[in-house]
Design a protein around this ligand. Sequence first.
Ligand SMILES: O=P(O)(O)OC[C@H]1O[C@](O)(COP(=O)(O)O)[C@@H](O)[C@@H]1O
Ligand SMILES: [Mg+2]
Ligand SMILES: [Mg+2]
Length: 289
Amino acid sequence: MTVSDPVVESVIATISRSATEIRQGLIGRRGTVDEENPSGETQVEADVWADELLGDRLAAIDGVGQYASEERAEVEDCGGDPAMADVYAVAVDPLDGSSNLKSNNAMGTIFGVYDAALPARGETLVAAGYILYGPITTMVLATEDSVTEYELTGGERTVVQRDVRLPDEPVVYGFGGRVPDWPDDFQEYAREIEQELKLRYGGAMIGDVNQVLTYGGIFGYPGLESRPEGKLRLQFEGNPIGYIVERAGGRSSDGERSLLAVDPDDLHDRTPVHVGNEELIDRLEDLIA
Ligand SMILES: O=P(O)(O)OC[C@H]1O[C@](O)(COP(=O)(O)O)[C@@H](O)[C@@H]1O
Ligand SMILES: [Mg+2]
Ligand SMILES: [Mg+2]
């Protein structure tokens, strides 16, 4: 599938072509640097490197008016106002789950193409996707009308599944954060779910969400007692994943409403993130609202 808008297609082609290179470049970049990202988390060498690589390439695309990433404080102005026709803003989590580099477990790259200046509502996304660096490098791409899974080799992307849909019968769940730090209502919900589904939690949202897309179920990183806003970032993680799961027939929620309807205050806002089969998200909202 190619996307009809040439700018959006260029963004997707640039990220998918860069993925093999990013995967290769992880070697030798597993150590931490002496810096924190704007969310106050220790950066790994590969976080900084992947951000620079993607930032340089995406900013060079005509029609990309803004670039923003989890790893830099401010939105980069790339020449062009996303309020204008055919100008977009791209928000990226260059490496999702980069703490998994140390233990050599799955990781990802997440991106959202917004038709609005950042920070923006998820409803303004025109495309979103993620790369999963698993045993195979894959990309899941959602656009207005469909979700497609690709395998990436060299610079090529090969379709492996068109029209990806969440299976009707959910099988897996994964919830982030420490159990004693979960609010009572979320604990109650989790107790129910663990009677019904199998636990899959790998410490990289992309790996865990891909399990949900493949088998059906729910991924959640709830608001915590110690941090009611949760851990994950709305612009770089919550919105793109919410968009993908909703396009695949599922639901997303911050606990009360679709993630795509959340109004951002700040580029690095955090939000509780829940995505999965509709019925499971409905039940969650009933219990914790
Ligand atoms: O270590 P925890 O608390 O389980 O958190 C894991 C979550 O944090 C993240 O690693 C945050 O993403 P980054 O690695 O991009 O900061 C998610 O991928 C994952 O779901
Ligand atoms: Mg992340
Ligand atoms: Mg990251």
